[in-house]
Write a protein that binds this ligand. Structure first.
Ligand code: CMP
Length: 142
């Protein structure tokens, strides 16, 4: 299994001042934060990031939300990163997310669900390159 995953703390969670609490949960769960930045996606950026969802009915809402304010993007390192991180964040819909997961604690709805995690090692690779340059893509924590 892969060693890295890409996360975004979404605009709602940033606006509600949950960056610190969420990063703390991520570190407490054993992930190393190997790259991190705060930025605002343009609509075009969000369309490109989510291109696999472009035929879905929720795509326009997803693009509008993800470009509505600043996000935090980070590369997280851990053995079995993709799967372990998806367990930590919980189900897409907070109503279905387990107690103690990041989405259970901080998501407002299925659309405004606080945080993103890559869904496969291939997606993680693509998404890490979407946000970070080769100099920032550390394969191991220094
Ligand atoms: P994420 O898993 O990060 O990537 C796809 C996103 O689409 C997902 O989070 C949700 O935020 C969003 N999404 C999924 N289903 C819906 C829906 N039914 N309505 C609005 N947004 C959705």
């Amino acid at each position: 299994a892969g060693l890295k995953t890409l996360t975004m703390i979404k605009p709602g969670a940033v606006k509600n001042r949950h960056i610190g609490a969420i990063l703390n949960m991520i570190e407490e769960a054993g992930f190393r934060i190997s790259a991190i930045k705060s930025l605002k996606l343009s609509k075009e950026d969000a369309e490109n990031f989510y291109e696999e969802h472009k035929e879905r009915p929720f795509f326009p809402e997803l693009v509008d939300f993800m470009s509505s304010g600043p996000i935090v993007a980070a590369i997280l390192l851990k053995e079995n990163a993709v799967e372990d991180f998806r367990k930590l964040i919980g189900s897409t819909d907070p109503a279905e997310a387990e107690e103690g997961t990041i989405r259970k604690l901080f998501a407002e709805s299925k659309a405004h669900n606080a945080i993103h995690g890559s869904d496969s090692d291939a997606s993680a690779e693509r998404e890490c390159h979407f946000f970070f340059s080769s100099k920032e893509l550390l394969e191991r924590h220094p």
